[in-house]
Design a protein around this ligand. Structure first.
Ligand code: SAH
Length: 338
């Protein structure tokens, strides 16, 4: 079955022709689909005969909110159910620079980071492009507000679902669709080097975030299994290649875990490694998941870590944490419901 909402405008035009319809029907369809429809019957402007052909030949993905939590700071967390019963999470956040949705790219994850709730039951399946779009469309319709920024930082590893994520990026950027500029989109990866190199060649001016979380390979291996596949130095070299090719600054994510990667000597080592590279470090106080008995770093340790980086010329910010009262982080809502 063809997944209708994942198709680009030219693909829909071709598809309509293959069904014996005029190509302009594909253009019309694209405009309607990208605004979000929940059933074929909503396509009232189409001839009934074409609607029937679509019903017979196509799959219309759905993303149904089964739970929603609203934080005192306006952050909203959604638990969505997909057509096959798999569940994913998305988060809506209001920032000064615009409304942002944190999108999931997979149901579950197979990267195995020891501090992350999304990976506990492994990977269920990758999402198709329409299922990523629908998270935004459903949230826009629920809030009645336009979403202007997207971060691919929900469940899953975006570069482990490369083709569908690229398709999603092109669709979400389409001016006849959600029309969200690439500069308003961030993609976060745990560091799949071969895919980062491939992404650098796509020519999309999105922001790449790399989940580093450690000042060296040994600590990284102890919390992120992917570090056994790609070495620490190798990863930093790939980041430099990415920046040289795209002329875009990379953001490093660094979740501070008390006693694991937040000591003063860790900050010094990290600064030494990153010194002179075009980058920015986002320090994230660990969100509690109950895994491994990890605790978030004390406030003072977080400030000291940031200061130690800055002192050595590495820019760092401490991420403001939104939605703490509603467990709005990384697979927490799903874990609670399982
Ligand atoms: N697979 C992608 C996207 C994952 S989620 C990646 O690894 O980058 C986005 C960010 O949240 C990642 O940096 C991830 O490491 C981080 N994260 C996961 N669990 C966390 C937790 N409990 N506290 C803080 N950050 C966490």
């Amino acid at each position: 079955m063809t997944d209708l909402m994942s198709m680009t405008e030219p693909e829909l035009m071709e598809f309509c022709v293959s069904l014996g319809e005029p190509a302009y029907r594909g253009k019309q369809l694209f405009g309607w689909l990208q605004k979000g429809i929940r059933s074929f019957d909503e396509l009232k402007n189409l001839p009934a005969s074409l609607r029937e052909k679509l019903k017979a030949n196509c799959l219309l993905c759905t993303c149904r909110a089964v739970r929603r939590q609203i934080s005192t700071d306006g952050t909203r967390k959604y638990l969505f159910e997909l057509y096959d019963g798999e569940r994913i999470e998305s988060v809506f956040m209001r920032y000064r620079h615009g409304n942002t949705v944190c999108v999931s790219t997979q149901a579950g994850c197979r990267m195995g980071c020891s501090f992350c709730a999304s990976t506990v039951n492994g990977l269920k399946r990758s999402l198709c492009a329409s299922e990523m779009l629908l998270q935004i469309l459903e949230i826009q319709s629920d809030t009645g507000e336009r979403v202007s920024n997207v971060v691919l930082m929900g469940m899953g590893e975006p570069l482990d679902n490369y083709e569908n994520v690229m398709r999603f990026l092109r669709l979400v950027n389409d001016e006849k669709g959600l029309n969200i500029g690439y500069r308003h989109i961030s993609l976060s990866t745990c560091g799949l080097i071969d895919k980062m190199d491939r992404l650098a060649g796509e020519g999309l001016p999105i922001t790449l975030s790399v989940s580093l979380h450690a000042p060296n390979g040994d600590i990284r291996k102890s919390i992120m299994p992917v570090a056994n596949r790609y070495g620490y130095e190798e990863l930093l070299e790939a980041c430099v290649r990415y920046e040289q090719k795209t002329k875009r600054r990379i953001s490093f994510e660094y979740a501070l875990i008390s006693g694991v990667n937040d000591r003063p000597e860790h900050a010094t080592e990290l600064a030494e490694r990153l010194k002179g590279t075009l980058c920015h470090v986002n320090l994230i106080p660990l969100n509690h998941t109950g895994r491994q008995g990890y605790k978030r770093s004390e406030r003072d340790a977080v400030q000291a870590f940031a200061a130690a980086l800055e002192k050595r010329g590495v820019t760092a910010t401490v991420r403001r944490s939104l939605g703490n009262d509603i467990s709005a982080a990384c697979g927490q809502l799903k874990a609670e419901n399982d």
